[in-house]
Design a protein around this ligand. Structure first.
Ligand code: SF4
Length: 664
């Protein structure tokens, strides 16, 4: 049974559907107080049809907050938030707030003092927190209770306690971070004491008839820490202590098991929620990587959870619930799991954006209005920039035609989607194509544009989105017995590298190509499954097949490190796989020549190494393809966007295209 759009009541709060936007750091409140940017962003998501939207995390004390988060302790909090919650209710959504307490994940940059069960160094902040005293434990519990009362007074429908991802409550629960010898450490009962006291204090502060939820790690995914079995035990304790709903996520921030990237299959951590659901009688929510609706519907149908957390999917498309309910899944703008606009920016304390949705976070600035004068617009190039511009232009009432020189739409999205774990990028190409059809954009394929044909078309405005081409270098040497190709050749299956491959350029593309080539020379996921279910090989043999590529890959990079160009927090899963697969990197190293089946490189001291190579892949960047723009710029209203203006990420292309389309 499809339960996604059936209502559910949780301690008196009735949600119209099972779609929940969980708390995410947006950094739209630089001073800790409500802003128009924050409110309008969330109003849009409420209008889009989500049943429940939980804002936060929000600061509740002087110990455990993070930069630019809404602060419950500010004097204006209740008054400001009453207006906000009213606005959310008018738009049809219930709204909750997460009380944040980071413990050893809090930084001294943002707090008077950092606290944790024990003074255990945090890899996340690179700091060692202070061991919390018993007096401070009482203070923090009191702060949770005070904050919960204010949350209720401000008109929120539910309050969430943060007990996930390695934050303070997780730290008390874990033997890895809780080394105390008093009544708050040691035995399981002692380690659960602090969370239970917090839940009870919150319950007392809000009364019996107000919904309280807790977010937990379904498995810490930290060696020696709590497992899914422990999470089940804790869920039962949390239920007995007074929570009404358990939101189950994956592991801690410190874990080396990816939690959010495309490596994690859609709904991959639902099994963690499923185990908890079997053990408790209160509703359970499953979170992490529900980028597609089908996996969410299946989890609900199987009874593994009662609610589904759609975080990034609602950044990418606030209208997702309305579209799905109307049977228009084909025009949902799916999150592609890139983390470039959202997660990566929070590390730099920058407000979040979205690769596929230029409006996210700019609801007060990017205002789409019908065009004053309906124009005939020609867009050259059906990549992410060209198609985004075309859709936005058509949406404003212009008549839009796109000329594409190949027989496919999507441009370089297909390249970005080829490395392991990146296939969700294809969803964006599909969306762009479907939306062009929806908005009446005509795409003419296999159509080369030149100055004469463009001028003959007679457009009022021309948008040049002709993309970029890979930079190739003519290296010295006789190049005998070596095939030299570009990363694009490999990603488009025009080149088939051999058993000894050298990649020149260790940026993000070079690293992703290395991972692709190393992984494809082991066993496929299908073969792994086949061998496993039939127990055809021993676990040791399977492990060996999985971890031993049949291709030797070396990366030559002039910089100190490979992986420059990955946004912070997005490259480590790739680098982890390169290490597992034995990819060798030569850093601070230059290519001297390519001769006689080898690449000869030299390090900073001039020491030479000969790397055997049958294939050399050049991955040193892209150059704009903007010849047409140069030819046309003086003769018509012409605009250049995306890689044709400056090679960059899809995020930049989409943002530039949207801005350009709103100005024509
Ligand atoms: Fe999803 Fe990427 Fe947008 Fe983040 S930036 S919401 S990961 S598409």
């Amino acid at each position: 049974m499809d339960k996604l759009f059936t209502p559910i009541t949780i301690n008196g709060m009735t949600l119209k559907n099972r779609i929940v936007m969980p708390p995410l750091h947006h950094l739209y409140t630089p001073d800790g107080v409500m802003t128009e940017r924050f409110a309008q962003y969330y109003y849009k998501r409420a209008e889009g049809g989500a049943g429940l939207i939980i804002i936060g995390g929000c600061r509740i004390d002087e110990f455990g907050g993070a930069a630019m988060m809404l602060d419950v302790t500010k004097p204006s909090f209740v008054e400001d938030c009453k207006v906000f919650t009213d606005g959310m209710h008018k738009r049809g959504a219930k709204v909750g707030l997460q009380m944040y307490e980071a413990g050893r994940y809090a930084s001294t940059k943002d707090n008077e003092k950092t606290i944790a069960p024990s003074a255990v160094f945090s890899k996340f902040t690179r700091e060692t927190p202070n061991e919390i005293t018993k007096e401070e434990i009482d203070i923090v519990i009191k702060r949770f209770a005070e904050a919960a009362a204010k949350v209720k007074a401000a008109g929120f429908d539910v309050v969430e306690i943060i007990g996930s991802a390695g934050y303070l409550i997780s730290q008390f629960l874990s033997p890895v971070t809780n080394k105390r010898t008093d009544e708050f450490g040691g035995s399981w009962e002692n380690r659960t004491r602090f969370p239970v006291l917090v839940i009870k204090a919150v319950r007392e502060a809000v009364g019996p008839d107000y919904p309280v939820m807790i977010r937990v790690a379904g498995n810490d995914f930290i060696p020696g820490s709590n497992t899914n079995e422990d999470a089940v035990k804790f869920a039962k304790i949390a239920q007995d202590a007074g929570v009404d709903l358990i939101d189950v996520t994956g592991g801690w921030h410190e874990t080396v098991v990816p939690q959010l990237p495309g490596d994690l299959p859609h709904g991959g951590f639902a099994y963690l929620a499923g185990a908890i659901k079997k053990a408790v009688t209160i509703p359970v929510m499953a979170s992490n990587r529900f980028n597609d609706i089908t996996s969410a519907k299946k989890v609900l149908a199987l009874g593994m959870a009662d609610l589904i957390g759609f975080g990034r999917p609602l950044i990418a498309d606030p209208e997702l619930p309305n579209k799905v309910q109307a049977g228009r899944e084909d025009i949902v703008r799916n999150c592609i799991g890139c983390n470039q606009g959202c997660l990566a920016r929070t590390f730099f304390r920058r407000p979040i954006e979205c690769t596929v949705n230029a409006y996210a976070g700019y609801e007060t600035q990017l205002i789409k209005k019908p065009a004053d004068k309906k124009k005939k617009v020609l867009v050259i190039g059906a990549g992410p920039a060209g198609l985004t511009a075309a859709i936005e232009l058509a949406d404003r009432g212009h008549s839009v035609t796109v000329w594409e020189k190949s027989d496919k739409a999507g441009g370089q999205i297909a390249l970005a989607a080829t490395p392991p774990g990146k296939s969700d990028f294809n969803l964006f190409a599909k969306y762009l194509k479907n939306m062009c059809a929806e908005k009446g954009v005509e795409i003419v394929y296999c159509k080369e544009a030149d100055k004469a044909s463009v001028l003959a078309f007679g457009a009022d405005d021309v948008v040049i989105a002709t993309g970029s081409n890979p930079v190739m270098i003519d290296f010295p040497g006789n190049k005998k017995d070596v095939e030299i190709v570009s990363a694009v050749d490999v990603l488009t299956n025009k080149a088939f590298p051999g058993a000894n491959t050298v990649i020149i350029g260790g940026g993000s593309v070079g690293c992703e190509v290395a991972q692709l080539l190393a992984e494809e020379s082991t066993i496929s996921p299908e073969l792994l499954y086949f061998l496993s279910i039939h127990q055809a090989e021993t676990p040791e043999k399977i492990s060996s097949l999985l971890n031993t590529p049949n291709r030797k890959i070396s990366i030559v990079e002039m910089q100190k490190k490979i992986g420059a160009g990955f946004d912070l927090g997005t490259g480590w899963p790739v680098l982890k796989q390169l290490a597992r697969l034995g990819v060798k990197s030569y850093t601070l190293t230059k290519v001297k020549e390519i001769s006689d089946g080898a690449v000869i490189v030299a390090d900073e001291e001039g020491k030479e190494t000969k790397i055997p190579a049958d294939t050399v892949i050049v991955s040193v960047g892209y150059r704009s393809e903007n010849k047409l723009y140069e030819e046309l710029k003086d003769s018509t209203n012409v605009h250049v966007i995306g890689d044709a203006e400056k090679p960059a990420k899809i995020l930049n292309a989409v943002a530039a295209a949207t801005k350009c389309a709103l100005e024509i």
